[in-house]
Design a protein around this ligand. Structure first.
Ligand SMILES: [Zn+2]
Length: 323
């Protein structure tokens, strides 16, 4: 589907085997070929969906000139290696998330073990942790084959199709998430930083080398683009929208409300898992439960860093309490 005629931007929507059942990638047509932004999962359905897109738009795989990623998550990075192997195009990702690809996806056993430990130390019962980690393990093959990546820095300019875009660093959803912004036409390829209808998941990852206050990063990143002139946001999930400032306001408010709920649910003392089950009372899939637990931890750590919540250990379990 053509979403911006002058810039030559097409949306390529691919299926995901989750409750959030699709990811929007963008394919940008230039005089010298095609430029892809995000790639979907490297599973059979994702690859078939690309083949259909190529057939529909008479694209030969060798027409791909570059593959640009917003962040390291499997539904964005996943099929980049597969596309690269056939097209020989270069793959680009922000510098920080390139490190996460290396440490998480290429060392899957270590991150699964660290995640297991983090959840156990935060009160998640073994019979819950086990299937949550097993569900995460099933995602690892969706990132293969791995891509050889080049890295981008905040402020870099990249050519996507016939136009230039600025790389904006927007950490929060991941530590190194980036958006691509075309200033002349005021179009923002927002990845998972700005989504309509749903709020981006903000997760705490296990300790070694990941940011300890992702929620603060996210809120700061939201405020940092609040004044950007933007006529069209092209998100990775949901429909394009033109109300960026309003959406940012809603997201800031959403997290204010969630923080209040986390404070109330922490009370005199609670584990992160107890807080999680209180603030996410609905039935959750194993993937959703991982997101919910990691997001609860992100909110709790935000309050710890602001001196509103205290963190103590008791018998190897982290206990949070309101100050
Ligand atoms: Zn994501």
């Amino acid at each position: 589907m053509l979403v911006h005629e002058q810039l030559g931007i097409y949306q390529a929507r691919h299926p995901l085997p989750f409750k959030l059942n699709h990811v929007n990638c963008y394919a940008i047509k230039g005089k010298d070929g095609w430029y892809m932004v995000d790639t979907g999962l490297s599973n059979e359905a994702g690859r078939a969906s690309w083949q259909n897109f190529f057939a529909d738009h008479s694209i030969h795989i060798s027409d791909i000139r570059g593959i640009y990623l917003t962040h390291f998550h499997p539904d964005h990075y996943g099929a980049s290696g597969w596309l690269q192997q056939q097209s020989e195009a270069q793959v680009w990702i922000g510098e920080i998330d390139a490190d996460r690809v290396e440490r998480y996806w290429k060392h899957g056993d270590e991150i699964l073990q660290a995640m297991h430990q983090m959840f156990t130390a935060n009160g998640m019962p073994t019979e819950v942790t086990q299937p949550v980690i097993e569900a995460m393990a099933k995602l690892l093959p969706f990132t293969m084959p791995h891509a050889e990546v080049n890295t981008l820095q905040a402020g870099d300019s990249v050519q996507l199709g016939d136009y230039s875009y600025k790389v904006i660093l927007t950490p929060g959803h991941t530590d190194g998430h980036i958006c691509y912004y075309n200033e002349a036409h005021q179009v923002l390829l927002s990845g998972d930083h700005l989504l309509p209808g749903i709020s981006s998941n903000i997760s705490l990852w296990p300790e070694s080398g990941s940011d300890r206050d992702p929620l603060d990063n996210f809120l700061t990143s939201l405020r940092s683009i609040q004044g950007l002139a933007c006529e069209l946001v092209l998100p990775a999930h949901g429909k394009p929208f033109n109300t960026m400032a309003e959406r940012i306001g809603q997201l800031l408010e959403h997290h204010r409300e969630r923080l209040a709920l986390v404070r109330e649910s922490t009370g005199r003392e609670a584990t992160a898992y107890q807080v999680c089950t209180r603030i996410f009372p609905q039935e959750l899939s194993m993937h959703e439960l991982r997101f919910a637990m990691a997001e609860t931890l992100a909110h709790l750590m935000y309050l710890v860093y602001r001196g509103e919540v205290q963190l103590n250990q008791s018998d190897g379990v982290d206990i949070f309490s309101l100050v």
